[in-house]
Design a protein around this ligand. Structure first.
Ligand SMILES: [Fe+2]
Ligand SMILES: [Fe+2]
Length: 262
């Protein structure tokens, strides 16, 4: 089974890059499932039902998210009913939305879990215990499970990789928007990367116009977060999984220069 996981898609430049490159990539690599983090897909902050539908129409099967999923209020109703869009599973009980899901295509099934870290982030419930709870729930229905560990601290993400090694097929980090070069298969067969990266401008500070962010650092005043458009890159990882054992066979980083102008 081949799974493509695309990093945080940043606003319309990110969405354009996905629409431009995903169909070709799917065909070339014979991909079974496409997952992407969609927390920044609408104007850089949050997700709307319309933008989610647009991303599904490009060939994405399920969207994970993180801290920014709550930024656009009109997504709340959709989060309550559409289990192709996840929010981290370790929000407190009663919070709207799904923390895990099962998607299927052509007779294949895939479980997906979304988690959020707590280091330099909101104090949510324990992501490690939430992960075990969700795995238990999914394992009755699927063999292959992929986790999006949406977190800031590399240590917390690496710890989650070790904790889930052999329990899931892949632990993929998101949130920093910077692709790390530490992809590997852990000893018990779990594919791991600390951060998959983003689909956004490299002439930016993690997707936002650099001048705006520099102004904020220099003045400490609030600024309007404008999305950068030039020099867009599509970051993803391609994970191959042995369906009989649910162990990962390979994990490959993908970095495509995705500017429409290039
Ligand atoms: Fe993000
Ligand atoms: Fe985030």
């Amino acid at each position: 089974m081949k799974i493509l996981f695309i990093g945080d898609i940043i606003g319309s430049p990110g969405r354009s890059a996905v629409s431009l490159h995903l169909p070709g990539l799917k065909k070339k690599e014979k991909i079974d499932f496409v997952l992407a983090n969609g927390e920044n897909a609408a104007g850089g902050l949050g997700l709307t039902p319309k933008v989610a539908e647009q991303l599904f129409s490009y060939g994405i099967d399920a969207l994970t998210s993180g801290n920014h999923i709550w930024d656009k209020k009109d997504i709340l109703e959709t989060l309550a009913k559409d289990n192709r869009i996840l929010r981290p599973a370790n929000y407190p009980p009663g919070v709207i939305g799904f923390g895990s899901t099962v998607i299927s295509t052509q007779g294949k099934k895939l479980g997906v879990i979304n988690l959020s870290g707590r280091v330099f982030m909101r104090e949510l419930d324990c992501p490690f215990r939430a992960a075990l709870r969700e795995i238990e729930d999914l394992k009755e229905r699927v063999e292959v499970v992929v986790v999006d560990m949406h977190a800031e601290a590399t240590s917390e993400k690496i710890a989650m990789g070790w904790y889930l090694d052999g329990k899931v097929s892949a632990v993929i980090g998101t949130h920093t928007h910077v692709q790390t070069a530490d992809e590997r298969i852990l000893p018990e067969g779990t594919a791991y990367i600390t951060d998959v990266g983003m689909v956004g401008s490299l002439d930016s500070v993690i997707g936002v116009k650099k001048d705006v962010i520099l102004e904020r650092f220099l003045t400490q005043l609030p600024v309007h977060l404008d999305i950068a458009k030039k020099n867009v890159v599509l970051h993803a990882v391609l994970v191959e999984i042995d369906e009989d054992t649910a162990k990962a066979v390979s994990i490959k980083r993908i970095k495509i220069k995705a500017d429409e102008s290039s």
